[in-house]
Write a protein that binds this ligand. Structure first.
Ligand SMILES: Cc1cc2nc3c(=O)[nH]c(=O)nc-3n(C[C@H](O)[C@H](O)[C@H](O)COP(=O)(O)OP(=O)(O)OC[C@H]3O[C@@H](n4cnc5c(N)ncnc54)[C@H](O)[C@@H]3O)c2cc1C
Length: 380
């Protein structure tokens, strides 16, 4: 058994697999104590399994969890190139929300409602998993506040509020003093407050799910980069040190999928970045309000958001979303974007001028060409 630090440190002279960054300054990893986590042994030798799952993020882990619950006697092997939670799942903004309550890119209102319902069901599933297994991931169900900065955004917000009420959701629009009770920023003119939604430490969620799934009998192999999949009636999965044969396979490799030749014309990797400030003083917290500590997102794009951490920092993501040439996989930090995020934070809260950034990181996540979920009907 090796732990995280020894695998990815210069001391041992080992390099991480080509797929990954050498060093990732991720606050969530640190707060989850990943430096001391045990990383499982790689797959070695020849194996057979009923199901092989490639990727140990939320998609792979929840596939393992649900397949195992339904088929308790099937042999399931999950292969993860680095360690569970090393991809977007352990790096993200910490929002557990029905992302963009209304999918504005979808024209069909029924499809929009269906999207929302699937998303809300996802939140319920996460809550259930946390409750049933006592998973500690700093989950706080504080709701969500979408904020508008100008008249155009206010119109979008009001329309969103009307539709969500029609669909039976408990939402409220806030202006002036009412908005100031939630958050004090000269930049904001209105807000849409929603009860649904939580914040959490995503790395703790992923590492916690790893343990749950292992306890259920799923074999998890970390440091096992899959180098090749030969599809067939029996699929052949190669890793650097081993191989597995299986009739059923789950590709849960998100932004890295094209490297294995999957979904090349359907998905592309985009990079989004996050910073964690130093902990705020209580005077700073008083100055900015935010007493209910809910997730905040604005209407500029999907990717401008912030949450408070349980130790009093602001975790904020946004500014530029990056696409690198030829679906490139880039390092997990972009200093130019980090600086822009910090500037953005000070525009939100001028009283935080001079605040220090303790951690800055980011990562790739896959998106579909039209930014909506996609299921190939032929495979249904
Ligand atoms: C910076 C950032 C902020 C975000 N903020 C939010 C947010 O606040 N809320 C939200 O809901 N979503 C957010 N997202 C998106 C969310 O994190 C992802 O949609 C989600 O984590 C995807 O999970 P996944 O399991 O599909 O992919 P991943 O977590 O990326 O997992 C894929 C796994 O596959 C492994 N892998 C890849 N190739 C191979 C291979 N060849 N062999 C073996 N293993 C391999 C990787 O190591 C990785 O662990 C954010 C994403 C980023 C990057």
């Amino acid at each position: 058994m090796k732990n995280f630090t020894s695998i990815y440190s210069k001391r041992e002279g080992l390099k991480p697999p080509e797929l990954y960054e050498y060093f990732l300054d991720n606050f969530w990893f640190k707060a989850a104590g990943m430096e001391n986590e045990i990383i499982n042994e790689p797959l070695r030798g020849r194996h057979k399994a009923d199901v092989v799952i490639i990727g140990g993020g939320f998609t792979g882990l929840s596939s393992a969890y649900n397949i195992r619950r339904r088929f308790p006697h099937k042999k399931i092997i999950l292969l993860e190139g680095a360690c569970c939670g090393y991809g977007a799942s352990g790096r993200n903004g910490g929002f557990c929300v029905a992302t963009s309550l209304i999918d504005r890119d979808l024209e069909d209102p029924d499809a929009r409602k269906e999207n929302l319902n699937v998303s809300l069901h996802g939140i319920e599933q996460i809550k259930e998993c946390i409750d049933v297994h006592g998973l500690d991931c700093d989950f706080k169900e504080n709701g969500m506040l979408d904020v508008a900065m100008n008249d155009v955004q206010v119109k979008i917000m009001q329309e969103e509020c009307r539709v969500l009420r029609e669909w039976g959701l408990d939402v409220e629009t806030l202006y002036g003093k009412e908005l100031e009770k939630e958050i004090k920023s000269p930049r904001l003119v209105a807000g849409l407050k929603t009860k649904q939604g939580a914040i959490l430490n995503p790395a703790k969620l992923a590492r916690g799910m790893k343990k749950i799934v292992e306890d259920m009998g799923v074999e998890i192999r970390e440091r096992s980069v899959v180098t090749r999949v030969v599809p067939g009636k029996i699929h052949h999965v190669d890793t650097e040190l081993g191989e597995a044969k299986t009739p059923a396979i789950v590709i849960a490799t998100n932004a890295y999928s094209h490297r294995l030749g999957f979904f090349q014309n359907r998905l592309y990797p985009i990079y989004t970045y996050v910073i964690a400030t130093e902990p705020l003083t209580s005077a700073q917290w008083d100055a900015i309000g935010w007493q209910n500590r809910q997730g905040l997102s604005d209407y500029r794009t999907l990717f401008n958001y912030m949450i408070p951490s349980i130790d009093g920092r602001i975790i904020i993501g946004g500014s530029d979303v990056k696409y690198y040439h030829n679906d490139g996989i880039a390092p997990g930090n972009n200093k130019t974007v980090s600086r822009e995020i910090l500037k953005d934070l000070v525009r939100w809260f001028p009283c935080l001028e001079g605040i220090k950034v303790d951690h800055a990181w980011g990562g790739p996540t896959a998106t579909t060409l039209d930014q909506t979920p996609s299921i190939d009907k032929e495979t249904l």
